[in-house]
Write a protein that binds this ligand. Structure first.
Ligand code: ACO
Length: 309
């Protein structure tokens, strides 16, 4: 099967910084409690999905040295679109000056990895350049008076350009998409409402599904956990990441994290963490990189790739 690889990566975050200390002024909480229970120090708030998504997409196209007009498809993962319809991806397509098909997908915090999986299939089927955007503005659906959720979320976007690799050994090796709808009520947001969740149970199930999805893509690619140079997990809670890494038997230092300064940005969290890891040398050419996301649904997705163009 023809492979796809990431040829460009771009990110954007909300302009306003909201620290734990800021939250502690209006909520019965503290910086110490939030850092100890989640690892989050601050989050970024503001912007629409269109603004953040288009900003990240432009940077990804620039890095990929690809013109928007040459894109074959735009996939936008979001569970917090600016409107019920049209899709955010249609507006991003227009904003970029692209001339291709565009659609949104909602797989909550697993959505970016779902998008990579669908994009890869389109490359295998003959497309040359697919833009995958992950963007969420969870702050609009957060009850800022509820200390159990307000501490967790932020706004951001990440985008990648997928194209066939110039070296045949680079690119996506295996992917997995899962859904456990029996857990749908653990984490939900109704029309006109706010995010509500059973945090403890989400935590437990998240670790389980992250580990099983990771093992599945490793087995499909014929790799073992120690072969993985970098894990890019969904950025919900540092303790979830620690538990999953421990169960996988991969040293914690190999996990890319950005949640300390972004909070949980849902669809954007994996590309944001990937960008940070590429910048700090945590991901290098030739590395086996494992992306693994989980979220409301309960959805889960993983992708294993050999990094490089
Ligand atoms: N500050 C201070 N105290 C708090 C706060 C707060 N912000 N929030 C809750 N507490 C209190 C609780 O009321 C409770 O008090 P009690 O013992 O008197 O009842 C105590 O702290 C312990 O609360 P727990 O809920 O047991 O705390 P826990 O260690 O489970 O941490 C947390 C809560 C951080 C939410 C954790 O469960 C978690 O991260 N779960 C996963 C959530 C998640 O990942 N959600 C997003 C999924 S991705 C997506 O699809 C959007």
């Amino acid at each position: 099967m023809r492979r796809a690889t990431i040829t460009g990566l771009g990110t954007a975050v909300g302009r306003e910084v909201v620290t734990n200390h800021d939250l502690a002024r209006t909520l019965d909480t503290s910086d110490e409690w939030i850092v100890e229970r989640t690892g989050i120090h601050e989050r970024r708030v503001g912007g629409t999905c269109l603004e953040l998504g288009a900003e990240a997409a432009r940077l990804a196209l620039e890095q990929a040295e690809t013109e928007a007009a040459d894109l074959d498809l735009i996939i936008c993962s979001t569970c917090t679109p600016d409107q019920v319809f049209p899709a955010v991806s249609n507006r991003i397509q227009d904003e970029l000056g692209a001339n291709c098909g565009a659609f949104d997908l909602n797989a909550a915090c697993s959505g970016f990895t779902y998008g990579i999986t669908i994009g890869q299939a389109q490359i295998a089927a003959g497309m040359e350049r697919v833009l995958v955007v992950g963007v969420d503005t969870l702050s609009r659906f957060t009850d800022w008076q509820d200390r159990t959720t307000a501490i967790l979320f932020g706004d951001g976007a990440g985008a990648v350009v997928l194209a066939p690799p110039s070296r045949p050994d680079r690119g996506l090796l295996s992917t997995y998409m899962g859904s456990e709808g029996r857990y749908a009520d653990l984490l939900a947001c109704d029309f006109g409402g706010y995010i509500r969740m059973d945090g403890k149970e989400v935590f437990r199930q998240a670790v389980r599904v992250m580990v099983s999805a990771s093992l599945k893509v490793l087995a499909d690619a014929g790799l073992d956990a120690p072969d993985v140079a970098a894990v890019v997990p969904h950025q919900a809670n540092i303790r979830i990441i620690e538990s999953a890494m421990k169960r996988l038997g991969i040293p914690l230092e190999r996990a890319a994290t950005v949640l300390q300064s972004t909070g949980n940005t849902s669809s954007a969290s994996i590309p944001l963490a990937m960008d940070a890891a590429v910048s700090n040398g945590g991901i290098r050419d030739g590395d086996a990189v494992l992306l693994v996301g989980f979220g409301a649904g309960m959805s889960v997705a993983a992708a294993l790739l050999r990094w490089g163009k």
